[in-house]
Design a protein around this ligand. Structure first.
Ligand SMILES: NC(=O)c1ccc[n+]([C@@H]2O[C@H](COP(=O)([O-])OP(=O)(O)OC[C@H]3O[C@@H](n4cnc5c(N)ncnc54)[C@H](O)[C@@H]3O)[C@@H](O)[C@H]2O)c1
Ligand SMILES: O=c1ccn([C@@H]2O[C@H](COP(=O)(O)OP(=O)(O)O[C@H]3O[C@H](CO)[C@@H](O)[C@H](O)[C@H]3O)[C@@H](O)[C@H]2O)c(=O)[nH]1
Length: 328
């Protein structure tokens, strides 16, 4: 299939690009390299340097060719920063996505896969897993921006017949098991890569945001899912779009507290991680754990990386080989 991938130079997008190539698909990456890396795009993949906030440039890039499926990863994606810059986040994510969606509908694109998020939900006490049809109640402008885009895609389906898959990832983690790609956000804000950098001595200490949540050790609970398992889900979902639009929650179904993540990184690396308590980060729901039974049933998707240590292991391997990320 001929695939257009926005945000294909970023963390999740680049892993999906490599999985699409491995599966024999033809890929073009569209990215403004604001947080992504040119080096994350494999040799031979065509690259268009486009900022989706520019409606005309987006239209021109989309209409240059015909696409069997468009994958949309490009976004600002830090929950915490969206609280300090709410309108920047809302404007950037909503406007750039509307530009892309409008270009796709006018160009008769028939299949569209969107990176949505667990941040649609805000679970404060309930330990049960979150189903795809759970009530949406974002705790951050980031989550709200994604909810708006899901709604826009609903209209793209109803009015233009563009079939859409909203994939609500829980916490993407890990790195390509073959070592070709990894996670390199700058600045890094995610727990696992920061814990790994602390274990490797690349930073001196780790802060843990909040000690008083209603969880087993007082820290937030998240559901970590391997980025290559996420990539597999993107490929499986394409067939679903022949007849209908779908929305799926994607996670391992197992919640880990922030302290349990630190223990895993210590176990896998064999290094002690110095850490300290810090204030809770605004916008963080206490507990986010996915019920992914619907995508499993519909597509046969099964995460291969079930245990946190195996996820951490792939991230650690990449970081050891690339302490400066894609710069070397
Ligand atoms: N990482 C996670 O745990 C996670 C979880 C849930 C959802 N998501 C979503 O998955 C997607 C990818 O996340 P990620 O962690 O890979 O982020 P990332 O920052 O690594 O990748 C985003 C990519 O989009 C590009 N981009 C951003 N704005 C753009 C624009 N206006 N025009 C063109 N390109 C633009 C960036 O340069 C980058 O390459 C995002 O939509 C994010 O909201 C991520
Ligand atoms: O230095 C740090 C970094 C993070 N955390 C905590 O670790 C947990 C996980 O945080 P992080 O790794 O930043 O991920 P999330 O904020 O959960 O957000 C990720 O996962 C969401 C889905 O759950 C996605 O929507 C987002 O795009 C993606 O960044 C949270 O409790 C954070 O407060 C710390 O305590 N210290």
């Amino acid at each position: 299939m001929k695939c257009l991938v926005t945000g294909g130079a970023g963390y999740v997008g680049s892993h999906v690009v490599i999985s699409l190539l491995d599966a024999g698909h033809d890929v073009v990456v569209l990215d403004d390299l604001s947080t992504g890396h040119r080096a994350a795009i494999p040799d031979g993949v065509r690259f268009r340097h486009v900022d989706l906030s520019n409606a005309q440039a987006t239209h021109d890039a989309v209409t240059q060719d015909s696409w069997d499926v468009v994958f949309h990863f490009a976004a600002l994606s830090s929950v915490g920063r969206s609280i300090t810059e709410p309108f920047h986040y809302l404007r950037h994510n909503i406007m750039s996505s509307l530009n892309l969606i409008e270009a796709c509908t006018s160009h008769q694109v028939k299949r569209f896969v969107f990176s949505s998020t667990a941040a649609l939900f805000s679970n404060e006490r309930d330990l049960s897993r979150i189903m795809d049809d759970a009530p949406v109640n974002p705790a951050s402008p980031y989550g709200d921006s994604k909810f708006f885009i899901e709604r826009a895609l609903l209209w793209a389906d109803r009015v233009y017949g563009m079939r859409t898959a909203c994939l609500r990832y829980f916490n993407a983690a890990g790195a390509d098991p073959k070592g070709r790609l990894g996670e390199d956000h700058r600045p890094e804000t995610h727990l696992i890569p920061l814990a790994i950098d602390t274990a490797l001595g690349l930073q001196s200490s780790l802060q843990i945001f909040g000690s008083n949540y209603s969880t087993r050790d007082g820290t937030c609970i998240r559901d970590y899912v391997h980025v290559t398992d996420l990539a597999d889900a993107h490929i499986r979902v394409i067939d679903q779009l022949d007849t209908r639009s779908v929305a799926y929650n994607l996670g391992n179904g197992r919640g880990l507290t922030n302290l349990e993540v630190i223990e895993s990184v210590e176990r896998v690396s064999g290094c002690r991680i110095p850490w300290e308590w810090a204030l809770p980060r605004p916008g963080d729901p206490a507990i986010l754990v996915a019920d992914s039974s619907r995508i499993r049933m519909d597509t046969g998707w099964q995460p291969r990386y079930r245990h946190i240590d195996s996820i951490v292991g792939t991230a650690l391997n990449w970081r050891k080989r690339h302490p400066h990320g894609y710069d070397g």
